[in-house]
Design a protein around this ligand. Structure first.
Ligand code: AMP
Ligand code: MG
Length: 419
C-alpha cells in the first residue's frame, strides 16, 4: 500500500494548470485568476455621502444647534449644481456626490425643518423635503456639531487606482466578481473551466427507472460524481453507463477523451475478474494502478490518455465519493490553477468515541461536524461501510483517523469540512 500523500503527489504532478484565457466576468465564478488584477480606477471615484441628510460646512455647525439655508436637493446619480456657501446646506441622499463647499454630512435624524408658520404641519420632518408652494427659502435646523469628513466616503476609500486588487491564483467568488464589475471590467484572465466526463461501469447497473432484475442495482455514482464535479466548479459531462465489457469501456473513455479535459470513472478498478477499467486504461493510456493506505477507497487507477487525466475511482458509493475528494478534486483544482488544490483539515473535538481497528491505513470516517464552544465537534454520521451512502449523505465532514484504535471522546481529530 502507498501512503496517501505519495499517491496524491503523483496525481498532482500529472495535473498541470491549463493555458490562461480571457472570459466574460459573468462566466468567471469559481475560476482562478491567471494574471494580477490592477485597478485602473479608484473606488469610489467621487466623494459621496454614506447617509441621507444634509451636506454642510463643518465650520458652520461647531456651535450647533444652528439654522442653515437649504440651497439644493442632491439625489444619487445626479451631479450637484450649487456650491454650499457659509450658512448654507444641501439636502443629500446616500451615494450622492458631496457638493463643492461642503465637507461633512449631518444625518437627517439629527436635523429638523424650520417650517414657516404658513405651511406648518406638525407631522413633517426634514426627510420629507421642501415644503412646497409658498416660495419661502427652506431652513434646516442642525442639532449636532460634526467634524470635517463626517459621513463622507472619500475618493479611493475602498481602493485606490493602481492597487493590485487580486493576485494570480485568486479564486473568484461572488464578492470578487462584484469588485471586477465596480472597476468596469467585462473580461478577466483566468485558467479555463474544465469539462469533466463522468462514466459509470458495471454489468449490474441500470439507470432507466425500469424494475430491477435479479442482481441489478441502480447507478447512484454517476449522479453523485457529476454533482461533486459541479461543486468543484467544472462543467460536468455525462458519459453514461458502460457494462463490464472492455470494448465498450474503451469506446466510452475514447469518446470522453475527445470531448473533455479530464475523466472520472467509477467501478472496475478492484481485484475482481471483471474489473476492466484498469486493463483498458493500461492499454490506451499511461496508467498507474495503486493501492492507497486509506479506508474507504483503497484502489485507484490513475493515468493519462493523451494528455487527459483519467481518475479510475472504486465503485462502492462511499469509496467513489471519498476518492473524488482525496484525488480527483485536488487534481481538477490543480488543472484550474488553484495554488492550494488540497482541502486543509481543521482540528475538531470528538464528541463521542470514534473507534477503529489498526490496519495500516488512515480512515476517513463520515461524521457530522457542528459548532461548539468556538470550535467544532464531530460525531459519527452512521454506518461506516463503504456501501452505506445514506450515512455519507448525512455527513458534512470526513474525520481523518490515523492508524491505531481510534479517537476517544474529548480527543482532538483532524476533519475535512466538505462543501
Ligand atoms: P467495483 O468497484 O466495480 O468492484 O464495485 C464495487 C461495488 O460498488 C459493487 O457493489 C458495485 O455494485 C458497486 N457499484 C459500482 N458502481 C456503482 C454505481 N455506479 N452506483 C452504485 N453502486 C455501484
Ligand atoms: Mg464493478
Amino acid at each position: 500500500m502507498l501512503p496517501l500523500e505519495t499517491v496524491r503527489e503523483f496525481v498532482l504532478d500529472r495535473c498541470p494548470a491549463g493555458t490562461p484565457v480571457s472570459v466574460p466576468v459573468a462566466d468567471a465564478l469559481g475560476l482562478v485568476t491567471a494574471s494580477k488584477i490592477i485597478s485602473a480606477e479608484a473606488i469610489p471615484q467621487f466623494a459621496n455621502t454614506a447617509m441621507d441628510g444634509f451636506a454642510v460646512r463643518s465650520a458652520d455647525v461647531v456651535d450647533a444647534p444652528c439654522n442653515l439655508r437649504v440651497v439644493e436637493t442632491i439625489a444619487a446619480g445626479h451631479a450637484p449644481q450649487v456650491t454650499v456657501g457659509p450658512g448654507e446646506a444641501s439636502r443629500i441622499m446616500t451615494g450622492a456626490t458631496i457638493p463643492p463647499g461642503a465637507d461633512a454630512v449631518v444625518m437627517v435624524e439629527r436635523t429638523s425643518l424650520v417650517i414657516p408658520s404658513s405651511t406648518a404641519n406638525p407631522n413633517r420632518t426634514a426627510a420629507d423635503g421642501p415644503a412646497s408652494g409658498d416660495g419661502t427659502a427652506e431652513i434646516v435646523r442642525v442639532e449636532v456639531s460634526v467634524p470635517p469628513g463626517n459621513h463622507v466616503r472619500p475618493v479611493g476609500d475602498d481602493l485606490h487606482a493602481g492597487t493590485v486588487v487580486f493576485g494570480v491564483g485568486t479564486e473568484l467568488t461572488a464578492g470578487h466578481l462584484g469588485v471586477l464589475c465596480s472597476l468596469g471590467m467585462t473580461e478577466v484572465e483566468v485558467f479555463p473551466r474544465l469539462r469533466v466526463g463522468v462514466l459509470s461501469t458495471g454489468d449490474e447497473l441500470v439507470d432507466d427507472g425500469s424494475p430491477l432484475r435479479p442482481g441489478q442495482i441502480r447507478d447512484s455514482n454517476r449522479r453523485t460524481l457529476l454533482a461533486l464535479a459541479h461543486r468543484a466548479d467544472v462543467v460536468p459531462v455525462d458519459l453514461g453507463l458502460s457494462p463490464d465489457d472492455p470494448d465498450e469501456i474503451e469506446a466510452a473513455i475514447t469518446t470522453g477523451v475527445q470531448t473533455c479535459d479530464a475523466i472520472v470513472t467509477s467501478g472496475g478498478v478492484s481485484m475482481g475478474d471483471f474489473d476492466y477499467v484498469k486493463a483498458v486504461l493500461d492499454r490506451i493510456g499511461d496508467m498507474r494502478w495503486m493501492q492507497v493506505a486509506i479506508k474507504p477507497a483503497k484502489p485507484l487507477a490513475f493515468g493519462t490518455v493523451g494528455d487527459v487525466p483519467v481518475f479510475g475511482l472504486p465503485g462502492n458509493p462511499v469509496s467513489s465519493m471519498v476518492s473524488f475528494e482525496l484525488f480527483a478534486r485536488p487534481g481538477l483544482r490543480s488543472m484550474m490553477g488553484h495554488p492550494d488544490p488540497v482541502r486543509s483539515p481543521v482540528t475538531a473535538t470528538a464528541a463521542e468515541d470514534l473507534p477503529r481497528r489498526s490496519d495500516g491505513k488512515t480512515h476517513f470516517m463520515r461524521v457530522l461536524a457542528t459548532p461548539s464552544d468556538g470550535g467544532v465537534e464531530v460525531r459519527s454520521a452512521g454506518g461506516q461501510g463503504s456501501h452505506m451512502l445514506w450515512a455519507m449523505a448525512k455527513a458534512n465532514a470526513l474525520a481523518v483517523v490515523p492508524d491505531g484504535d481510534g479517537v476517544r471522546a474529548g480527543g482532538p481529530v483532524d476533519v475535512l469540512l466538505l462543501d
